[in-house]
Design a protein around this ligand. Structure first.
Ligand SMILES: C[S@@+](CC[C@H](N)C(=O)[O-])C[C@H]1O[C@@H](n2cnc3c(N)ncnc32)[C@H](O)[C@@H]1O
Length: 273
């Protein structure tokens, strides 16, 4: 799926900072699962525990595990038109069968404007129709490949702290939270869901990141490169990256943006002091 903040183009940088052999791999801000899928391809972990607060994505991955054939059939039956898009968008996902609920998410993701997931204050998906030439709504090969990758993974619709509560020595976690705002501006994209991710959540996450170091759990975290993020993770190993950001309704926000990959081991400078 397309996902705001999706790490499809950065998986090489991120997986290079994770251990070669991982007991249980935790990814508690799963989104489109780009990093998990890259790791699964190379068999880097024994088990995976994956979570996100977005119940729609978790339902989709559960359906992939259990009934990928039914999902492919349901998707193949959905036509691409503006009228049909708004009918599907108007459905209450909680009232649909899991397979139709998963098909609704993939359909909206492939046909909505910019392929982003955003909810209004009432928790309803509110992205308008997107104009594409022949969008690929149903891709059976990719769905079957994803179903194989998710086989055996534990999936939870949960907050990040609960999502990795079971991590112990030898395990690894990759955190990809909604990013801290750049330059004191409103965050360029933060409406994944009605409930936002404010500074108190960033602090709660930084505390958990430090606790995992004490539990000998290897953690890697992505965030924007801002003074606030550098303050929250002072003393840890920081890897700055310049990243193009395609999803931003302000043209100025679409250029290269500074990001950090942070590893929960002490930087060489912090070890010397
Ligand atoms: C930057 S995106 C992750 C993108 C993902 N790495 C990818 O490649 O698609 C952040 C995700 O965090 C989820 N999220 C927001 N608040 C959360 C929370 N408190 N606990 C867990 N997940 C949360 C959002 O639903 C969203 O999917």
């Amino acid at each position: 799926m397309k996902w705001a903040g999706g790490k499809g183009r950065l998986t090489g940088h991120i997986t290079a900072l994770l251990p070669a052999r991982i007991g249980t791999y935790y990814e508690p801000f799963l989104g489109s699962g780009a990093v998990f899928l890259a790791l699964a391809e190379t068999g880097r972990f024994e088990r995976a525990v994956l979570s996100d607060t977005n119940v729609e994505v978790i339902n989709l991955y559960r359906v992939l595990q259990r009934s990928v054939g039914a999902l492919i059939e349901a998707l193949a039956a959905l036509p691409y038109s503006e009228e049909h898009y708004y009918q599907v968008r108007a459905q209450d996902p909680a009232r649909l069968r899991p397979v139709d609920r998963a098909a609704r998410l993939v359909y909206l993701n492939r046909t909505c404007f910019n392929g982003l997931y955003r909810e209004n204050a009432s928790g309803e998906f509110n992205v308008p129709f997107g104009r594409y030439v022949n969008p690929k709504i149903c891709n059976p090969e990719r769905l079957r490949a994803a179903a194989r990758a998710f086989r055996g993974a534990q999936l939870h619709a949960a907050d990040f702290a609960e999502g990795c509560a079971g991590a112990t020595a030898g395990d690894a976690v990759y955190f990809d939270p909604p990013y801290a705002p750049v330059d004191g501006r409103r965050q360029s994209f933060r409406q994944y869901q009605a409930a936002g991710f404010d500074d108190s959540q960033q602090e709660r996450l930084a505390t958990l990141f430090r606790q995992l170091e004490q539990r000998c759990v290897h953690a890697v975290l992505s965030n924007s490169d801002t003074p606030r993020v550098r303050e929250l993770y002072a003393g840890y190993e920081l890897h700055p990256l310049q990243v193009g950001r395609p999803i931003n309704r302000h043209a100025a926000g679409r250029g290269a943006v500074g990001e950090l990959l942070i590893v929960n081991r002490r930087s060489a400078r912090a070890r010397r002091t």
